[in-house]
Structure formats: C-alpha cells, structure tokens
Design a protein around this ligand. Structure first.
Ligand code: ZN
Length: 150
C-alpha cells in the first residue's frame, strides 16, 4: 500500500531538488520577433536557456536560438513555479493519504485501505477500504507514478 505514496514523495522530492539547484527566477522570455527567443534570469539578466552549438565556424558559434514556444515553456517552469506546484502537491497528498480500518475490508476484498478524506464514512466514522482515490491516482500520474510500479 505505501509504495505508491513513497514513490510519489520521491518524485516530488526530486522535482523540488532540481528546482532548488536551478538559477533563481523569475525567468523571462526574450522574444526576438522572428520566432526565436531566449530565456533570461530575473530583471532580464543572464541567459538561462538558449541553444548554441559548441562548434565554431569562422569564429562564430553554430546553432539556433530556442523557438518562442520552447522558450515560453521553459520560462513558465521556473524554479519558483515548480516549488509552488510541489508544495501544493504535498498538501494534496497529505489530504489524500491512505487510512485503514482493520475490520472493514472492502466487499470485493481487493483493498485493506482507503483515502482518509474521500473514503471517510461520516456515519460510521471510519475509512472505507476502497483503495486509492482518484485524486491521489491523478496526482501520482502527473509525476509518472502508477499503481503498477511506473
Ligand atoms: Zn482522496
């Protein structure tokens, strides 16, 4: 049962770690108007992302700049944005952690746990053992984590 939650926490931790290691945001799109762009750091200082080949030709670097669409995507996923998303996802996870009622096995016998929020029976004041809730499964899917080990 806890494997899915453990793998989801690892995935959130990894995303947060990468965001914390990246250059500080906000990241800004600098559109050159010809379909090409770069991503700059706060206040337009420093290049966060562009594409330039490492080969030189006649002393000039080869390669092309990012497309506007790719640069916009990179800028929209700056570290502050990612860290906010991870914090929100941790709150969602916390609200949908599995709970267990030992005596109340699911009628089909497939689960011995349920979501402590979605599967809480107010009348009986117990967690109904319905397994993973759709919210937690969707949250996990967003990180590429699935019930079957993905
Ligand atoms: Zn739930």
């Amino acid at each position: 049962m806890p494997d899915l939650v453990d793998r989801l926490v690892v995935a959130i931790d990894a995303k947060e770690s990468k965001a914390r290691a990246a250059s500080k945001g906000p990241w800004l799109l600098d559109d050159f108007g010809d379909g090409k762009a770069v991503v700059l750091g706060p206040d337009g200082e420093g290049v966060i992302a562009s594409y330039v080949d490492t080969r030189l030709e006649h002393g000039e670097a080869l390669g092309t700049l990012l497309t506007v669409e790719n640069a916009a995507h990179i800028a929209d996923n700056d570290p502050d944005t990612v860290l906010r998303r991870c914090a929100a996802d941790r709150q969602i996870l916390k609200s949908h952690l599995p709970g267990r009622t030992e005596w109340n096995l699911d009628s089909d016998g497939d689960h011995d746990f349920g979501c402590s929020t979605c599967h809480y029976d107010m009348d009986c004041q117990v967690v109904v053992n319905n397994g993973w809730c759709p919210t937690l499964l969707s949250l996990a899917a967003g990180y590429g984590v699935t019930e079957d080990g993905g």
